[in-house]
Ligand binder design. Structure first.
Ligand SMILES: NC(=O)c1ccc[n+]([C@@H]2O[C@H](COP(=O)([O-])OP(=O)(O)OC[C@H]3O[C@@H](n4cnc5c(N)ncnc54)[C@H](O)[C@@H]3O)[C@@H](O)[C@H]2O)c1
Length: 245
């Protein structure tokens, strides 16, 4: 164990799950939060088999009071914060887009990142080696038709990443984001895309496939690691070439 600690939101599934495993492999202790009562048992077993541990709490990042109570109890310093929790919402053109869904997506994807970051900052080590990695999306770089709220939310995450990077560079906290393209996780699965539409998304990606969670997790780990010691305010696109066209 290297005694370092990473806090990951949305740890029970997909990119958060894969991120927990890569940090565990590198000797970090994992602090994980998600909406479920319990930690994903498979994750917990895998983390233990890597000689690490996971300290799990049920927490809704959109609830400022809950996040505040979590950090009040967290009586220690962390090295890395990964703001990964996020939701996609319905696929509907803007005129028909439900207002409630718009509010919910911004509550989780934007305010969730703000709540977690604002309240984690006093707990981040001030040793010039700590960092924050936000999980944005290619939808934070280019438009995403039929996903007005998701696109707005991920553009906001990119904006918050750059602002935080400038604010905290002087005290040595680096802040970066990853911008994944389509990635095989529950989020994509739950979107219940028609087969033709799904194949169309693959076809639109120059590498002709979706990414996998581990490919995003390794970029998150890289941005948090010493290998990225002069990188801050960057949004790393991981999309099989989708936005290079
Ligand atoms: N899968 C993709 O194609 C893709 C592409 C670009 C960006 N992303 C982003 O990656 C991140 C992770 O998504 P994923 O693909 O692994 O999806 P996922 O659905 O597998 O995992 C998301 C996790 O976040 C948790 N979560 C949701 N709302 C929460 C809340 N209010 N508080 C705490 N936890 C909450 C969920 O319970 C879930 O465990 C998200 O921010 C998503 O927007 C995903």
């Amino acid at each position: 164990m290297n005694n370092k600690k990473v806090l990951i939101s949305g740890v029970n599934s997909g990119i958060g799950y894969a991120t927990a495993l890569i940090f565990a492999k590198e000797g970090f202790s994992i602090f994980g939060i998600d909406l479920n009562e319990e930690v994903n048992p498979t994750l917990s077993k895998k983390v233990a088999s890597l000689n690490s541990s996971i300290n799990y709490s049920k927490l809704d990042v959109s609830d400022y009071q809950q996040v505040g109570e979590y950090f009040e109890k967290l009586n220690l310093e962390i090295d890395v914060l990964v703001n990964n929790a996020g939701i996609l919402g319905p696929r509907v053109k803007t005129a028909d887009y439900p207002k409630d869904a718009f509010d919910t997506i911004l509550d989780v994807n934007v305010k969730g990142v703000f709540h977690m970051t604002k309240l984690a900052l006093p707990h981040l080590k001030k040793d010039a080696k700590s960092s924050i990695v936000n999980v944005a999306s290619v939808a934070g770089l280019v438009g995403m038709a039929n996903h007005i709220a998701y696109s707005a939310s991920k553009h906001a995450v990119v904006g918050m990443t750059k602002t935080l990077a400038i604010e905290y560079a002087k005290i040595g906290i680096r802040v970066n984001a990853v911008c994944p393209g389509f990635t095989e996780t529950n989020m994509l699965e739950n979107a219940q895309l028609e087969i033709e539409y799904r194949e169309g998304l693959k076809y639109a990606t120059p590498m002709k496939r979706f990414g996998v969670a581990e490919e995003i997790a390794s970029a998150i780990y890289y941005l948090a690691s010493e290998n990225a010691s002069f990188i801050t305010g960057h949004c790393l696109t991981i999309d099989g070439g989708l936005t290079a066209q």
